[in-house]
Design a binder for this molecule. Sequence first.
Ligand code: ATP
Ligand code: MG
Length: 374
Amino acid sequence: MENPFLTNSYKGPDTFCDRKDETKELIQFIENGINVTLFAIRRLGKTGLIHHLFHKIEHEKQLEYIYIDILPTQNLAEFTNQLATAIYNRFPQQRKIGKRISTFIKLFRPTLNFDELTGNPTLSIAVNSTQQQETTIQQLFQFLDSQSCKVVVAIDEFQQILEYPEKNTEALLRTYFQTLQNTSFIFCGSNQQLMHDIFNSSKRPFFASCSHIHLDFIEENEYADFIARKFAEGKQSISAESISFICKWTLRHTFYTQYLCNQLYYQRRKKIELSDVRKMAWQILKQHEGVFFQYRNLLTDGQWKLLKSIGKEEKVFQPNSKEFIQKYQLGSASIVSRSLEALLQKEMIYLDAYSDKPYYQVYDKFLLRWIQSN
Ligand SMILES: Nc1ncnc2c1ncn2[C@@H]1O[C@H](COP(=O)(O)OP(=O)(O)OP(=O)(O)O)[C@@H](O)[C@H]1O
Ligand SMILES: [Mg+2]
């Protein structure tokens, strides 16, 4: 049996834990044609949730969906190619819609290439002017919109548009999206600050254009059941205290919880005890130690010291408070403020603003545990 604890892909509901409410909510928004944003910290399961949602609606005849991840794109031209490629690959030629789409896309005289790593076809459309560029995007969306069904377009890492040299991208996309009748959007992004800026600043084009879903940590009961079930299906018994340790040690930050379970499962023990889990946790920290030392080299002394202090504390509510600064001898409040800003920007720490009492925490849970163990 394959390892059911995935760390880098989606392979169907069987290996996907919970997210029932969020999936239901997303489906309701889609059915009502409401655009939605999906915010969460990194590696918590945004992309997984989108794939899970699409898997659910796969067999709905009245719905089509497109997924694009624009993280690799650096300008509107690349956005266009990503979109054209996604549309082209999504609809197989045997289907009526696929034939229509392929005929339509050929009008743009695209060049067909194959991705070196995956072997998947990629399209690139040569356009000369910015004007032409803009028309192409609009035409692609309008074509999708004119099919006789609802279309859901999920754009992952949407904050990437802020990196494009074309300064009017936000306004441009907002204008196009607004004219569509049958298309709804899911905007997903891991840079919470930038996503927040795009959708919640009253002066910007996307303001108040979407409903929001905030993804939180999976509930401990749900995750514990899932872990026990998957080990049992693989004929491995795991003690309740082991599962509890896994959830606490990784703080249920999905990727890290999955990773620890994945490595444990891989050992194929008949019986897993707390001591086995502790040993594996320690091994994982050792595996990653090289990277942690690199972080130290890349940060200034002040930043590294603050990072360690936040790690030791686990949750820091007021990094600028006298007590915290004194306890870890961090110098002046202004130095702390500057380092804090830098660590946030480098995504070494994040601010959980959705908690009752907002707090700062080290992003990488393995780094967090490594700091605490040193
Ligand atoms: N509900 C879930 N059940 C089981 N595994 C999950 C679940 N959600 C996510 N995962 C696993 O955790 C890993 C990280 O999730 P995912 O890539 O979806 O996070 P993300 O929020 O999109 O991260 P990033 O911000 O880096 O894009 C995935 O590879 C997936 O295998
Ligand atoms: Mg993602």
